[in-house]
Design a protein around this ligand. Structure first.
Ligand code: NAD
Length: 481
């Protein structure tokens, strides 16, 4: 059984308390590795190491920082197969998906920010012949980066790469549910020659390690991705300490389908936007609104396609869906399906746990589920389920569907299907979300601002916005006469 180690001051070490957490393989429900159950003492030595490294890393040239981060990116690509298998074993997702999406994106995150920092510049403001102002942008210090389990290495590196590229040192915590690829990343960082202490990875529970990071007085900025409740707790702790905060939180995204859409393209993409990664992507469209004139046709075509999705062994290349991440999460999703029934919902397909054969009999598999006949404002349609469950609802007018779409506390992403150009722009303008996909889903350009409004978050990741977050601006004003 593999024992994961913390990565502190350039070394792979055991937690000070010598305690470990069982790490489950969701595909078979068995413990397959041990995770450090670290505490505030481990965070303390990691922060000290980061503070020490900061004195050098913050003045290391951009080209040198870029070179090392590019090397990490290359090593991730060279280890694609190994990392994809590890990600799948930890998370339950199909290996094929990890190979296609998670691991290539982790390599791209490093590549993107390693090159981006070479192009990042600050502004100057001229006051004609009176004075000139210029802005200096300096790394802040030690950044705390905390990430969730659904896209483990993908989201972990999405924070770490811009933090390091802009000259900060980092104390990071991956989810205790999916720590393996972060551990493998620490080995790759050593191989790439990342100076010791620049990146420190402390494994363990959120209420211990995560809380110690967000409350640490020497960590002045926190970049967090995870649930809205956890985000609120981090904000409660960090705000009175005046820390910089970037919070990427939950979603309950609408998928709005008009009858004039490119039907086949919409159908195929809607299958993905509903059930990709077992529906465990914060950007999945979990509330599907269909123009009434097409509602019955959509149902007739969509349900058989959902029933055909192969849920199975994540290492089988034919499996479109693997296991959900954990037993408690599976139970949570099942409890929402029960709630939907209590609220008057009709389960059109799925709705149950799936028992696979042999070795995988104890895995956490759920049938992709479609529910109809629910009111837009019931709990099932308002709360984040974060599993392979979607609801479908007809609508009559644009005003009505906008009201449904904007009715939740969340505002992360929305999806819109129509061939009517003016309507597309009009609706995009009126949707209360940070991201709108028109006639597509999950098409990502890493330069664009990424994040949500309302309870889906504070701040934006992506592009130079991330560098703005991870640096502190200082205005210098020079009088000319
Ligand atoms: P979570 O909030 O339970 O955990 C996220 C991370 O926070 C984990 O590393 C956890 O250990 C840590 N944590 C827990 N309690 C903490 C505390 N008190 N202080 C500091 N850290 C703490 O979320 P999850 O269940 O891992 O992830 C699923 C959630 O993440 C969903 O709500 C999903 O929508 C959201 N998510 C959002 C985005 C986005 O970009 N907006 C992306 C992916 C996932």
């Amino acid at each position: 059984m593999q024992t994961i180690k913390n990565y502190i001051n350039g070394e792979l070490i055991a937690p000070i308390g010598k305690q470990y957490i069982d790490n489950y393989n969701p595909s078979n429900g068995k413990v397959y590795s041990l995770i450090p159950d670290s505490d505030e003492r481990d965070v303390e030595i990691a922060t000290k190491a980061a503070l020490k490294a900061f004195t050098t890393w913050s003045i290391t040239s951009k080209t040198e920082r870029s070179r090392i981060l590019m090397r990490i990116s290359e090593l991730i690509s060279e280890n694609l197969e190994r990392l994809a298998i590890a990600e799948s074993m930890d998370n339950g997702k199909p290996v094929a998906l990890a190979k296609l999406v998670d691991i290539p994106r982790a390599a791209s995150n490093f590549h993107f920010y390693a090159t981006g920092i070479l192009h990042y510049s600050a502004e100057s403001h001229s006051m004609e012949d009176t004075a000139i102002n210029y802005t200096l942008r300096s790394p802040v210090g030690v950044a705390g980066c905390i990430s969730p389990w659904n896209l483990p290495l993908y989201l972990f590196t999405w924070k770490i790469a811009p933090a390091l590229a802009s000259g900060n040192c980092v104390v990071a915590k991956p989810s205790e549910i999916t720590p393996m690829t972060a551990y493998l990343l620490s080995e790759l960082c050593i191989e790439a020659g990342l100076p010791k202490g620049v990146l420190n990875i402390v494994h363990g529970y959120g209420h211990k390690v995560g809380a110690a990071i967000s409350s640490h007085p020497s960590i002045p900025l926190i970049s967090f991705t995870g649930g809205t409740k956890t985000g609120a707790e981090i904000a409660r702790v960090a705000a009175p300490m005046f820390k910089k905060l970037s919070l990427e939180l939950g979603g309950k995204n609408p998928n709005i389908i008009f009858a004039d859409c490119d039907y086949e393209h919409m159908l195929k993409t809607t299958l993905n936007s509903s059930f990709s990664n077992q529906g465990q992507i914060c950007l999945c469209g979990s509330r599907i609104f269909i123009e009434r004139s097409m509602y019955e046709k959509f149902k007739k075509d969509f349900i058989p396609l959902v029933n055909k999705i192969k849920v199975g062994d994540p290492s089988d290349k034919d499996s479109r869906m693997g296991a959900v991440v954990s037993k408690p999460h599976m139970e949570k999703v099942l409890s929402y399906i029960e709630l939907a029934k209590e609220e008057g919902g009709k389960v059109l397909c799925g709705g149950t746990q799936l028992k696979l054969e042999g070795e995988l009999a104890d895995g956490y598999y759920l049938a992709p589920t479609v529910i109809e006949e629910l009111n837009y404002n019931c709990r099932t349609n308002q709360e984040e389920i974060f599993g392979p469950v979607v609801t479908i609802m007809p609508f009559d007018t644009e005003e009505e569907v906008l009201m449904y779409a904007n009715s939740t506390q969340y505002g992360l992403a929305s999806i819109l299907w129509t061939e009517n150009l003016t309507r597309a722009h009009r609706i995009a303008n009126n949707l209360h979300t940070g991201i709108v996909w028109i006639n597509c889903w999950l098409l990502r350009d890493l330069r664009t601002p990424f994040g949500g409004v309302k309870s889906s978050g504070v701040g934006r990741e992506g592009g130079f916005e991330a560098f703005d977050f991870f640096t502190e601006p200082k205005n210098v004003c020079i009088k000319l006469k």
